[in-house]
Design a binder for this molecule. Sequence first.
Ligand SMILES: Nc1nc2c(c(=O)[nH]1)N[C@H]1C(S)=C(S)[C@@H](COP(=O)(O)OP(=O)(O)OC[C@H]3O[C@@H](n4cnc5c(=O)[nH]c(N)nc54)[C@H](O)[C@@H]3O)O[C@H]1N2
Ligand SMILES: Nc1nc2c(c(=O)[nH]1)N[C@H]1C(S)=C(S)[C@@H](COP(=O)(O)OP(=O)(O)OC[C@H]3O[C@@H](n4cnc5c(=O)[nH]c(N)nc54)[C@H](O)[C@@H]3O)O[C@H]1N2
Ligand code: SF4
Ligand SMILES: [Mo]
Length: 573
Amino acid sequence: MLTTCALDCFDGCSIEVDENLKLKGEKKHPITQGFLCHHMTNFHKFPRIEKATLHGKEISIDEAIKTVKDKLGKKTLFYKGSGNLGVMQGVTKLFFAQNGADLTQGSLCQGAGEAGIEEGRGACLSWSPKRVEQSDVVIIWGQNPSVTNSHVLPALKGKTVIVIDPYTTDIAKKADLHVKVKPRGDIYLAMQLSRMAYMAQMEDEEFIENRCENFDYFIDFVNAKPIVMLENRSGVCSLDVDKILSMIKGKKVSFLVGLGVQKYSFGHSVLRAIDSFAAMLGLFGKEGCGVSYIANSAFGFKSPFSVKANKVVLPLVDFGNYDLVFIQGGNPVTQSPCTPKVKEGLEKAKFVVYFGLHVNETSKMADLIIPAKTFLEKQDMKLSYGHEYIGFMPKIVENDIGISEYDLCSQLGCELKSEQEYIDEIFESNSVEKNGRYISKTYEDIPYEKEFYTDSGKFEFFDDFYDDFKEEDLNEGFYLLHAKYNKSLNSQFTTEQFLHVPVCLGLKDNQTIKLTNGTYECEYVVKNDENLRDDCMLLYSGHKDANMLTPYAKSDEGDAAIYQEMKCQIVSS
Ligand SMILES: Nc1nc2c(c(=O)[nH]1)N[C@H]1C(S)=C(S)[C@@H](COP(=O)(O)OP(=O)(O)OC[C@H]3O[C@@H](n4cnc5c(=O)[nH]c(N)nc54)[C@H](O)[C@@H]3O)O[C@H]1N2
Ligand SMILES: Nc1nc2c(c(=O)[nH]1)N[C@H]1C(S)=C(S)[C@@H](COP(=O)(O)OP(=O)(O)OC[C@H]3O[C@@H](n4cnc5c(=O)[nH]c(N)nc54)[C@H](O)[C@@H]3O)O[C@H]1N2
Ligand code: SF4
Ligand SMILES: [Mo]
């Protein structure tokens, strides 16, 4: 039987499941092309929670549901993570909204960048590997596709590849050019590129004239920035900027932009600046030309689970405010910014429920644990944030372990349509058949070929931004980079527990060092990493203390976490 990977990943793989439940990539799927990553090939090896427990004592699922009903207090928070991205995961919102719970808005992930893209293009659409195949040059900017988006790799074959990343990723090692940009420096690099492209008369006048607004303000703004200042902030010299421009001149270019560039307060402006550079060269809406980012996968689809409720900002949630905290499919203790605050809040909250698949740092702090069903055991559908193909997810396995989100919601007392009705409703709202597969209707044409989704219908250039880092902030301490690990999906599966440090510090592998962000301190076990810049350290997502030093703060736009906003100092080693 065929199903779709439920995980939070660009690739939305199509999976063949045999009678022994062995999972294999569907060979004929245009994106999956027959292979799956570590998480799916090893899926059955990871122990899951099998029984509901209340304060460590085993109870039945019925008792667990009754406990949730009893604990529904005056102040309830429904917190949903991204452990499973199936559309039916949203159904539980209906119950909690009906019962006066607070929900969340904003993002622990792509939100800042998406806000910037929406300002310029009106909507954040995906740019699939099939479109990348038609490019001559691919600029990989703050993304690590070998780990996070492996199904785009075949599309890079034979292309000129440029990587912009402060870390020497595997793809950077193989690239035609690697620009080891300063963290937080991408907006300045985008302006350098735009300014020097204008000097070289590379702008696409026709595209600017017909499809864009505000170019004159943009180019005046960029031209007013001293080159030396831009070089200093980006860490990239004009020679390298020239090299990039000569490699892309007159070529079809795809940009693969990742989370890396936007983990800062002004993350929205960074995406807007990169988009503006691409737009001035006319690199939107044409074959082989586009800017990829984590897309709004539900764009154009009806959403039966969007509800009216009081919403609190996700990265700033104060769990301690609530009588009942219900956490579904997430591990905020390690994944939300500022772990000390998260832990303090969860300790203070009157009653905490964890509804998930695996034991983790959050389940360990919960009063009640409810086991979830896996994606093989419930009916669902997946819309991908990396391509246009719709993934169906029939129920493949029947067993007594756990409960689905739909059944939980229904048994809590919510009146629901059937699962099939919800799925049909979403599917029918924006799907079309193409070459024997269903895709989102939005992608029948090349994205933005006919229109941008702004009020003017045109691309809107940016002409201002605010960066609150001062020169002196730039030279002190270390940037603490956050990236994804190949064997984990955030905190699920096999995580890595080292602080990666630059070799120049002369530390020994496995020794401990203590870091501070000025407010909190944390001890880490180190691993030397020659791929780092001398001013950077790195933690992989899923490290148990990845967020001990990240700030309790949100981006200027998009209500998103800003993991790399602060720098760290060494307290002792
Ligand atoms: N194996 C695996 N795959 C995953 C995930 C996972 O946990 N594991 N997570 C999934 C999720 S939730 C998401 S959102 C996506 C994210 O996918 P990506 O965007 O690829 O993820 P990251 O690893 O966060 O960041 C990518 C790169 O940004 C670089 N970087 C850091 N700071 C900067 C900077 O200031 N400028 C520039 N130019 N680069 C910078 C890092 O060195 C890193 O190489 O991946 C998804 N896929
Ligand atoms: N320091 C740092 N922090 C980060 C990041 C980083 O790179 N660095 N990345 C950020 C990003 S991009 C993201 S998206 C977030 C992700 O943060 P979270 O959404 O918290 O993701 P996970 O750690 O993957 O936890 C997913 C949980 O979902 C459960 N689960 C899996 N499938 C199901 C299901 O079908 N039903 C239910 N009920 N539960 C299920 C799993 O058991 C697991 O506990 O983390 C963010 N936090
Ligand atoms: S996590 Fe991503 S690459 Fe791995 S199987 Fe799922 S969709 Fe494919
Ligand atoms: Mo994410």
